[in-house]
Design a protein around this ligand. Structure first.
Ligand code: TRP
Length: 362
C-alpha cells in the first residue's frame, strides 16, 4: 500500500513564519515529491473548539485565513485534499469508540495535554472535550489510514497515543483495520522551533511576536527592524553574540549562500558574517536589512498567490468543500471497517440476521 499523509492545524489564527519553516514548507515539498498516494490536510476546527468553545466566531473567521495560507504557500488542491474537520462527522463517531480503549490515567500522562492544561489554567476544572482531544486526534489520523504525520515535536505524544490506540484496537477486535502512523518531525533544530521576534522561545500569537505569512511588506519591515538582537551589542564595534540573537537564528533558518551573493556580497556566507559580528564592527541594522531582504524574497511568491486567491473567496470555500467530500468518503470507509471489526454493523451483515434466526429455531 502507498504512503498516506494526514496532518492539520487548529484554525485559531493566521499562520506565521514559525509554521512555515516548521511544517508548511515541508508539506509542500512532500506534496511535490510524488512519494505519497494521498495527502490530507485538515483544518482542525473541532479540536480548536475544545479550548475555544466559547468563541466559535474566532474559529469560524480563521478557517478561511488558514485555507488562504495553505494555498498561498503552494499546497495544491489537485494534489492535496484540504478539508474541515467538523464536517467529517465520521471522525466524531470514531472518537467515541476509541474512547473505550484509553484510560483516564493514560490521558493524564500525555505531556502535551499536561503542558496545555497549565497554559490554559485548566488545572482545577478540565473540560472533558479538551481532556480527550488526543483520542479525537487519533481518529483524525487513523480515519485516513495515514502512514505519515508531519508535525512539530510537541505533537509526538499525540502520535504515540495514536499508535497505542491502533494496537489496542487491532488486538482487541482481532482485526487488521487500523494503521500505525509514523511522525515526521523537522530535521533541523532551528526550524522545529523558530523564536519570536522578541527572542522568546516560540512565535506565538498571544506573545505578539509573530511575523505572519500574510503580513504586508511594511509590517514585516517594521517587525524585522525592531527585532531582538544582542542587548550587549551597543556600539557597532562591540563584539556581538550570535547565539540567542533572533536575527541570526532567522538567518540560520532562511539565508542561503545565493542570498549573500544577491543582497550582501561583503560576505560569502552566513559563517563569515557571524564571524564579523562576533569580532565587532558589524551593526545590527545591516544584519536586519539582510534578513528583511531574505524574508521578503521568501514571502513574495506567497503574497502574490494569496492576493490572487483573495479575489475569489467563494472559490476557496469550494476547494475546501470538495476536499471535505473526498475526506468524508475516505473516513466513512474506515468507519465501516471499524464497525465491522467491532461487530456493530448489524444491518450490513446479512449472515447475522440469518444466524440469529437459526439460533432461535434450534
Ligand atoms: N494538534 C494539532 C495542532 O495543534 C492539530 C491537529 C489536529 C493534528 N488533528 C491532527 C495534527 C492530526 C496532526 C494530525 O497543531
Amino acid at each position: 500500500m502507498g504512503k498516506i499523509i494526514l496532518t492539520g492545524d487548529r484554525p485559531t489564527g493566521r499562520l506565521h513564519l514559525g509554521h512555515y519553516v516548521g511544517s508548511l514548507k515541508r508539506r509542500v515539498e512532500l506534496q511535490n515529491s510524488g512519494e505519497f498516494e494521498k495527502i490530507f490536510i485538515m483544518i482542525a476546527d473541532a479540536q480548536a473548539l475544545t479550548d475555544n468553545f466559547d468563541n466559535p466566531d474566532k474559529i469560524r473567521d480563521n478557517i478561511i485565513e488558514v485555507a488562504l495560507d495553505y494555498l498561498s504557500v503552494g499546497l495544491d488542491p489537485a494534489k492535496t485534499n484540504m478539508f474541515i474537520q467538523s464536517v467529517v462527522t465520521e471522525l466524531t463517531e470514531l472518537t467515541f469508540y476509541y474512547a473505550n480503549l484509553v484510560t483516564v490515567s493514560r490521558l493524564e500522562r500525555n505531556p502535551t495535554v499536561k503542558t496545555e492544561i497549565k497554559m490554559r489554567n485548566f488545572e482545577t476544572s478540565i473540560p472533558v472535550g479538551f481532556f480527550t482531544y488526543p483520542i479525537s486526534q487519533a481518529s483524525d489520523i487513523t480515519a485516513f489510514k495515514a502512514t505519515t504525520v508531519p508535525v512539530g515535536e510537541d505533537q509526538l505524544p499525540m502520535i504515540e497515543q495514536t499508535r497505542e490506540i491502533v494496537r489496542k484496537f487491532n488486538t482487541t477486535y482481532n482485526a487488521d483495520v487500523l494503521v500505525e502512523p509514523d511522525a515526521l518531525i523537522p530535521t533541523n533544530q532551528i526550524c522545529s522551533r523558530l523564536p519570536g521576534t522578541d527572542g522568546k522561545a516560540k512565535m506565538s500569537k498571544s506573545l505578539g511576536n509573530c511575523i505572519y505569512l500574510s503580513d504586508p511588506e511594511d509590517v514585516v519591515k517594521q517587525k524585522v527592524m525592531s527585532m531582538f538582537t544582542d542587548p550587549d551589542h551597543i556600539q557597532i564595534n562591540d563584539p556581538g553574540k550570535v547565539e540567542g540573537n533572533a536575527v541570526f537564528t532567522y538567518l540560520d533558518a532562511f539565508a542561503t549562500d545565493e542570498d549573500f551573493a544577491e543582497f550582501l556580497p561583503d560576505y560569502k556566507n552566513l559563517d563569515e558574517m557571524k564571524e564579523h559580528y562576533r569580532r565587532g564592527g558589524l551593526g545590527d541594522v545591516k544584519c536586519k536589512k539582510l534578513l528583511l531582504n531574505v524574508i521578503n524574497k521568501e514571502l513574495a511568491p506567497i503574497r502574490a498567490r494569496r492576493k490572487e486567491f483573495e479575489k475569489d473567496i467563494p472559490a476557496v470555500y469550494e476547494i475546501l468543500r470538495k476536499g471535505t467530500e473526498v475526506a468524508r468518503a475516505e473516513a466513512a470507509q474506515t468507519l465501516s471497517e471499524v464497525k465491522a471489526a467491532m461487530r456493530i454493523n448489524y444491518f450490513d451483515d446479512a449472515a447475522l440476521i440469518q444466524g440469529q434466526q437459526e439460533k432461535f429455531n434450534s
